[in-house]
Design a protein around this ligand. Structure first.
Ligand code: 5GP
Length: 120
């Protein structure tokens, strides 16, 4: 799947749409989800143009991959959920119900999250 430079997260990265930033570095931007599904709901995205987790894992540099992991740990610490626990979700492609075609990891926490999956 080709990267769509007009997807909503690409527009956020270009500053065309406001966001509630919680973390930023050379490779990563993280901001609050506009429709939070838990008390803490942050989206962590690479600044590079990657469609999905599949695309990111195949093409991203080691520096970009490391930056995502480091950012997630730092954000969890900063949001005070590192000890209580949280869930990471990277919806990918059709069966994964990915809506925005720019790789992103959801950090969900701040409350008990229940079982991992609710299948349709
Ligand atoms: P997906 O289903 O692709 O994993 O999740 C996309 C997420 O992006 C959803 O949780 C949705 O609420 C969030 N989202 C969509 N548009 C915007 C936006 O303009 N700003 C922010 N902050 N989040 C958005």
């Amino acid at each position: 799947m080709a990267y769509d430079p007009n997807n909503i997260f690409a527009r956020i990265l270009r500053g065309e749409i406001p966001n509630s930033t919680v973390y930023e570095d050379a490779h990563v931007l993280a901001f609050k989800d506009i429709r939070p599904q838990a008390k803490v709901h942050v989206l962590v995205i690479p600044k590079g143009a990657y469609v999905s987790a599949q695309d990111f894992g195949a093409r991203a540099s080691e520096a970009e991959i490391a930056a995502m992991a480091r950012a997630i740990s730092k954000i969890a610490q900063d949001m005070d959920i590192a000890e209580s626990g949280y869930r990471l979700i990277a919806n990918t492609g059709g069966h994964g119900h990915q809506e925005v075609p720019h790789y992103h990891v959801h950090i969900l926490g701040g409350q008990p999250l229940g079982r991992m999956l609710s299948l349709p």
